[in-house]
Write a new protein. Structure first.
Length: 151
């Protein structure tokens, strides 16, 4: 399976987690966020921007996850009502943090908060199977200026 991540060119050479808090992890918990498609990776990237830097040099990281790498799944049915709202981040973080703590898989399939029936994949760099996940290649990427950023 291939997943995708859009980052500034300077961060595109290797798979690295920032440890910053996000929807599915608390601060200090290292997770790499990837998307099931380039299009979803674009949307996920744009909604977290305030319009700054969308014209800089970016790369799409094409990541391959071999079928032998186990992954867990969070389904919509597993989540509370209105889980996608910013005020519910703490509930999503608890799900992601629990997955990291249990350490049963290197990958967690999660629903996108932008498009409910699309999926993102969290990668756990501390899991032993993470070494099987590879950065296959990078591709040049430029945000179309017609795409408006969220706030």
């Amino acid at each position: 399976m291939e997943t995708y991540r859009i980052v500034l060119k300077k961060w595109s050479k290797k798979l690295v987690a920032s440890g910053n808090a996000a929807r599915w992890n608390s601060g200090g918990r290292e997770v790499i966020y990837t998307a099931a498609s380039r299009a979803l990776a674009t949307l996920e990237n744009m909604v977290h921007r305030s319009g700054e830097g969308s014209n800089e040099l970016y790369k799409v990281m094409v990541i391959t996850i071999p079928s032998v790498v186990k992954h867990d799944v969070v389904s919509l049915a597993d989540l509370p009502d209105l889980w996608w709202e910013v005020t519910r981040y703490h509930e999503c973080r608890a799900v992601g943090d629990r997955w990291l703590t249990l350490g049963k898989s290197a990958v967690l399939k999660i629903p996108s908060a932008i498009i409910m029936h699309e999926y993102n994949y969290l990668l756990n760099p501390a899991h032993p199977d993470f070494k099987k996940i590879k950065l296959l290649r990078t591709e040049a990427f430029k945000f179309d200026p017609r795409i408006k950023t969220g706030s």
